[in-house]
Each structure stands twice: as structure tokens, then as C-alpha cells.
Design a binder for this molecule. Structure first.
Ligand SMILES: Cc1cc2nc3c(=O)[nH]c(=O)nc-3n(C[C@H](O)[C@H](O)[C@H](O)COP(=O)(O)OP(=O)(O)OC[C@H]3O[C@@H](n4cnc5c(N)ncnc54)[C@H](O)[C@@H]3O)c2cc1C
Length: 448
């Protein structure tokens, strides 16, 4: 343990976890940063229970704690000044084929779950760009893939088991808890420590991925929805220069028919003849198979392969969700900042997400276009650009991604989520003394 870690550990010694921390601190050094390395967690105390009973006793012992998933968020949403708990050891998989559901340990990663259910003939409705993230952490922040008719990953949740602040093991389900359930899947870590999650599954399906290059922005004015309907999941990438989409990634289910076959030309773009990485100069080896070669859903829906570094590695991310009907205008509004944005950008991705009923989802009651930025790790510059992008997108009611970097004022955030006060009531019911509340939640949900 270095001096800094010792001071952090001893400085927090008045909290309820003192004894167990002394026993565990040296044996279990905490990951000090998030995956991207841009955020250093404020505690060295990482608890790693291997059973649900252990999760319960940790929750009872600690006066403050926060769950940590696979560390892929870019801000302090998973942080705690006192204790973090990882349920990575909880990764059971119980498939109920007859009911078309799978119940998983909350720490499991999509990349570990997918091949198991696929081997039994089942699939999830969608995946994010990377399979490396945990199910509990992904649904917490309304993580999404793309597809006009695909809700975010939390929309697949039909039931949750979690340890509330009292240490009790509780359940919520879509069938039994009606409206209240809609506050739970996108939980922001505020309700308790998730231990098991039930997800809808469907019969497995094959997907083929085809990439096109250089699509003029002008085509989006009249064909935005048509372009995003050309596949089961479609992503557009741009560097904002020259008024064009640099790459169009079309993921088609090969068990479905589409209006038109994919030919050499696509709305003025031309078909790529070699495998591409969305970021110029990065090896396409890290990417899932393209060139129209069919394969299992879980090896095509993410852009990046499980055992490779996704995206760039050292990077920052930001993303805003606007109603799809205003998508083209929103894109053009951001484009006005292109000369400020491009020097600090790896790439922008445009995706669609179906509307849902989940209170804290960025797509709550809004079919959305998501405008994403993968930035170079240049926070001082990015920090000055974000308010400008947010000002351009404010007229569209843009909601920022909970797991990424944003500077939107809490009072404005408040106005973007009509069910926020219901969510706070739900959190208060399971966590009356704010055991699970951290600085991120205090600032963004409770300070307006
Ligand atoms: C390279 C890269 C690509 C990405 N691509 C996408 C993408 O395609 N689409 C997208 O929407 N996002 C994307 N993201 C963002 C990512 O999906 C989110 O940050 C997601 O929340 C990460 O999940 P995690 O398991 O790493 O959770 P963490 O980041 O560790 O935690 C996220 C939240 O979940 C909570 N949490 C975790 N486990 C539990 C639990 N057991 N009980 C209660 N709360 C819990 C934490 O407290 C925290 O509030 C990407 C991120 C990276 C780094």
C-alpha cells in the first residue's frame, strides 16, 4: 500500500467498515481508476463479495457505499469516498427457455453471457459497441446500441433482485410492480446493490455487417430515418469535416428481409472493400467481422471484439440524446462547431434508440438520435467545448448520457426528466439515509 492509499484508508476509518477494511485493504487493492484512466476513484476500499449473503453483510456494515461495475463510465457515477463493492463474482446464468428469460448474476459481462445463451439457441435484442461491460453497470446508465426499433439494454430487464440499504434482499418485476418498476432498470446505482437481473431473450439470429464510406450530410435531411432503417442496427461515424459521414455501419439480421438489397452505392456512399475501424489509423483487427459476412448476433452487434481493446483506449466520451424528428437539425447545429471539435476528437458516432418507459432513460418517451463524441484525452480543451455543444443542443432538449462527461446544469437536467421526483421517492424508499448516494448523484439529482 503506498502512502496515499494508506492515508485514504486510515482517513476513512471512522466508517462502519473499519475492521473488514483492515483485513481486506492489502489483499484486495482497488482499481484506482476507471477503464479509460481519466477518473481516479476516491477510495481504496473495494469490497469483492462472492455470495449474496456477503453483499448483504457488507451493506449492513457500511454507512456509505457504491457499487462498481466493470469501470467503463467516464465520470464519478460509480465513485464513493468511502467504499465500493464489486459483484463481479456473481455471474450465474439461469436460462428459462420456456419463458424466454435469462436470470444472471449482476456482475456478469455481456461478452461472457452472450455465447452461453447463444449456444442454447437464444439471443438478446441488442448490445452496446463493446461486450466488456457488466450487465448491472450497463443498465444502470441506460447503455444502448443502435436500431430504430431497439430500446436501450435496460429495456430487456424484466426483474431485478437487489440488496437495499437495510441489507434486505428485495425484488422488483415488470409483472408485479407495474409503473413503479419503470423506475428500477435505469437505476443509477441509487436503489441498492443489484445481485441478480432477469432479461428477456429471443431465438438466436445471425447478423451481417456492411460498411460504406463517405455519405454526404445532405442525404440526412430527407433520408435520416430511411438510412437508419436500412439495418437492424445502424451507426454513422463522422469527424464533422466536409459535411459528410465518414463511415456507415449497417448491421442486418440475415433472417429478415429488407426493402432493398445492399448494393455498391448507399445514398451516395460507396461500399468498403476492406475491414474498417471507426477511428482513422486504428487497426481493424479489434473490430467485429464486416464485409457482409454473416455471423452470430453477439459477434456483429458490438463494434469491438471481446478480447481486444475497444474504441481507442485512452479517450473521453460524451453523448447527447435528441428526439429523432429533430435529428438532422441537431446534427447541423453541432456541425457549426466543427473547427473547435475536430482537433480534439477521435470520432463521432450517430445512433438511434427506440422510445421507452424507463423513468431515468435518456430515451424516456422519445425515439432518439444519440450524438456521441469519442474525444482524445484532452480534458481542458474538451471541458471548454462541452458547454458550447450543450448550448447548441439545448433547444432540442438534449439529454446527456449518464455514464459520460457533461456539464449540463442540474436544474436543466431536472427539467429533462419528468419522472425524476418519482425516481427520488423510489430511491428514498430503498435507501432512506442516502447510503448509496455519492457526489455524482448529490450534484446532478439532488442539488437543483
Ligand atoms: C470503450 C467504451 C465504449 C462504450 N460504448 C457504449 C455504447 O455503445 N453505448 C452506451 O450507451 N455506452 C457505452 N459506453 C459507456 C458504458 O456502457 C457505461 O459506462 C456503462 O455504465 C458501463 O458499465 P460498467 O459495468 O462499466 O459500470 P460502471 O461504470 O462501473 O458503473 C456504472 C454505474 O452502475 C452502477 N453499478 C454497477 N454495478 C452495480 C450493481 N451490482 N448494483 C448497483 N449498481 C451498480 C455503478 O454504481 C454506477 O452508478 C462505453 C464505454 C466505453 C469505455
Amino acid at each position: 500500500m503506498d502512502k496515499r492509499e494508506f492515508l485514504r484508508t486510515s482517513g476513512a476509518a471512522l466508517t462502519g467498515c473499519m475492521l473488514s477494511r483492515m483485513l481486506h485493504a492489502q489483499a484486495q487493492p482497488a482499481p484506482r481508476t476507471n477503464w479509460a484512466g481519466n477518473y481516479t476513484y476516491s477510495t481504496g476500499n473495494l469490497r469483492q463479495p462472492s455470495t449474496i449473503e456477503e453483499v448483504q453483510s457488507i451493506v449492513r456494515e457500511c454507512s456509505r457505499l457504491r457499487a462498481l461495475g466493470s469501470r467503463h463510465s467516464f465520470n464519478g457515477i460509480a465513485d464513493s469516498t468511502e467504499n465500493q463493492v464489486s459483484v463481479a463474482a456473481l455471474r450465474s446464468i439461469d436460462l428459462d427457455s420456456a419463458a424466454s428469460i435469462v436470470t444472471v448474476g449482476a456482475g456478469i459481462r455481456y461478452g461472457d453471457l452472450a455465447p452461453v445463451i447463444d449456444a442454447k439457441g437464444f439471443a438478446l435484442h441488442n448490445l452496446a459497441s463493446l461486450p466488456h461491460i457488466s450487465v448491472a453497470g450497463a443498465i444502470a446508465t441506460a447503455t444502448h446500441g443502435s436500431g430504430l426499433h431497439n430500446g436501450n439494454l435496460a429495456t430487456a430487464v424484466s426483474a431485478l433482485e437487489f440488496v437495499a440499504a437495510s441489507g434486505d434482499l428485495l425484488h422488483l418485476s415488470r409483472d408485479k410492480d407495474s409503473d413503479r418498476f419503470h423506475g428500477a432498470p435505469v437505476h443509477l446505482g441509487a436503489l441498492g446493490i443489484l445481485t441478480r437481473i432477469t432479461l428477456d431473450v429471443q431465438p438466436t439470429y445471425p447478423v451481417a455487417q456492411t460498411v460504406y464510406l463517405d455519405l454526404p450530410f445532405a442525404q440526412l435531411e430527407r433520408h435520416l430515418e430511411e438510412i437508419f432503417s436500412s439495418g437492424y442496427s445502424v451507426s454513422l461515424f463522422t469527424d464533422w469535416q466536409n459535411s459528410r459521414v465518414t463511415q456507415v455501419w449497417i448491421k442486418r439480421r440475415t433472417d429478415r428481409t429488407y426493402d432493398a438489397p445492399l448494393g455498391p452505392d448507399f445514398f451516395g456512399a460507396y461500399r468498403a472493400t476492406v475491414k474498417m475501424h471507426p477511428i482513422l489509423g486504428h487497426s481493424a483487427e479489434a473490430c467485429t467481422e464486416q464485409l457482409g459476412i454473416p455471423g452470430p448476433w453477439y459477434e456483429r452487434l458490438p463494434h469491438f471484439r471481446m478480447n481486444f481493446t475497444p474504441s481507442s483506449g485512452q479517450e473521453l466520451q460524451t453523448e447527447y440524446f435528441v428526439p429523432i424528428e429533430q435529428g438532422y437539425q441537431a446534427i447541423r447545429a453541432v456541425e457549426t462547431l466543427r473547427d473547435q471539435i475536430t482537433p480534439h476528437l477521435f470520432v463521432t458516432e450517430l445512433r438511434t434508440i427506440d422510445s421507452d418507459e424507463l423513468w431515468m432513460s435518456m430515451a424516456y418517451r422519445r425515439r432518439s438520435l444519440a450524438i456521441h463524441f469519442t474525444w482524445k484525452p484532452e480534458w481542458p480543451a474538451v471541458r471548454t467545448i462541452l458547454p458550447q455543444i450543450e448550448a447548441r443542443l439545448k433547444p432540442f432538449g438534449a439529454r446527456p448520457h449518464w455514464a459520460k462527461l457533461f456539464t449540463v446544469e442540474p436544474a436543466h437536467l431536472d427539467s429533462l426528466y419528468p419522472r425524476l421526483s418519482d425516481f427520488k421517492s423510489l430511491a428514498a424508499q430503498y435507501d432512506p439515509h442516502a447510503k448509496f448516494r455519492n457526489q455524482f448523484l448529490s450534484t446532478n439529482l439532488y442539488s437543483a
